[in-house]
Design a protein around this ligand. Structure first.
Ligand SMILES: NC(=O)C1=CN([C@@H]2O[C@H](COP(=O)(O)OP(=O)(O)OC[C@H]3O[C@@H](n4cnc5c(N)ncnc54)[C@H](OP(=O)(O)O)[C@@H]3O)[C@@H](O)[C@H]2O)C=CC1
Ligand SMILES: Nc1nc(=O)c2c([nH]1)NC[C@@H]1CN(c3ccc(C(=O)N[C@@H](CCC(=O)O)C(=O)O)cc3)C=[N+]21
Length: 288
């Protein structure tokens, strides 16, 4: 029998802790964590995620600012806006929502956000710290970090495990692989050119899938008792939100599985809130 990893319930628990931390920062130091989300253009899915983030932040007592920018904004203009928030002491975290239009080079954006305000953990300095498993405090991409919280909560150890990461993006695949390497797993990172992903997935103890491909994994692709973490957000043939994995078909075979919706998604948002407060606390400790 599979255990469902209930991301929604765990997110609620994390959000309660975050609320208490926000209250304490306010009571002890008169500080309210500030998060700014910049969204370029009017991608529907992006707008929905940003709305969710904004609502959650407000509920938790975080000062959340959402700025919708025109789809034809120049890169120079966007970088200037980021600089303004870099210099704004009321802002602790800056997030620029993916995807960005073609005229904007994502890496320029990533480099411009101060590492100390990089709530997504995308800045090269923070990515470098993750790869060297640095012992200081630094932000990490929220989706992979939230998945590590899920492993922890459900007593899933990575040490000595065979883990497969399907996808190699800067937001999910690479940082997730790094976290699993740091936790002692043996990690394979697959991409669209991997000739046959089953060669890897059928032996894996842990599979994290972040591809955005419907029906990527069925029961034939997985080992009995495997842990399945489904990051994908896809619309199926019936117009429902589903993951990369055929959930119902694999359910009886797996050990643990995250549902979509209600798995990784809510944990991404809870981790973003948690990390916004982390940045505010760390800033204060540095004597910002
Ligand atoms: N739940 C959440 O909180 C979040 C969900 N998502 C969702 O996760 C999915 C991935 O997002 P993101 O990482 O941003 O997407 P990207 O498009 O940046 O990356 C997708 C990755 O999947 C790989 N891939 C695509 N098809 C296959 C295949 N058939 N076999 C093996 N690898 C494949 C690509 O390979 P290649 O590099 O070779 O092109 C790429 O590395 C999306 O559905 C997105 O909506 C994303 C972020 C957060
Ligand atoms: N700079 C940046 N940082 C991000 O973290 C980032 C981004 N850009 N661009 C887009 C992706 C995607 N993403 C999601 C967040 C929450 C859900 C989520 O809450 N999903 C719900 C369903 C929500 C719904 O109803 O659509 C669930 O799975 O239960 C999904 C996806 C963050 N992203």
């Amino acid at each position: 029998m599979a255990t469902v990893i209930d991301g929604k319930a765990l997110a609620k628990k994390i959000n309660e802790q975050t609320t208490q931390r926000v209250e304490k920062l306010q009571a002890d130091y008169g500080i309210t964590p500030g998060l700014v989300v910049l969204i370029v253009g009017t991608d529907q899915a992006s707008e929905r995620y940003v709305r969710n983030k904004h609502r959650t932040a407000q509920r938790l007592g975080i000062n959340s600012i959402v700025r919708q920018l025109p789809v034809d904004i120049s890169e120079a203009e966007l970088l200037k806006i980021i600089q303004q928030y870099n210099n704004d002491p009321t802002i602790d975290g800056i997030l620029v929502q993916d995807p960005l239009p073609d005229q904007i080079n994502e890496k320029d954006v990533t480099r411009t956000i101060l590492p100390e305000k990089d709530v997504d953990g995308f800045h090269p300095v923070n990515v470098g710290k993750l790869f060297i498993d640095d012992s200081t405090k630094y932000p990490v991409s929220c989706t992979p970090k939230g998945i590590m919280t899920m492993f922890d909560e459900y007593g899933i150890s990575l040490k000595g495990k065979k883990a497969v990461m399907i996808g190699r993006s800067a937001i999910v695949g690479k940082p997730m692989a790094a976290l699993m390497i740091n936790a002692g797993a043996t990690v394979s990172i697959l991409n669209r050119y991997t000739p046959d992903i089953k060669d890897y997935t059928k032996d894996a103890d842990i599979i994290v899938s972040a591809t955005g491909q419907l029906h990527l994994l069925g029961p034939d692709a997985i080992k009995s008792g495997a842990v399945i973490i489904d990051v994908g957000q896809n619309m199926n043939e019936q117009g429902h939100l589903v993951g990369d994995v055929d959930y119902d078909d694999v359910f009886d075979k797996v050990g643990f599985i995250t549902p979509v919706p209600g798995g990784v998604g809510p944990m991404t948002i809870a981790t973003l809130m948690q990390q916004s407060v982390d940045l505010a606390e760390w800033g204060m400790q540095r004597g910002k």
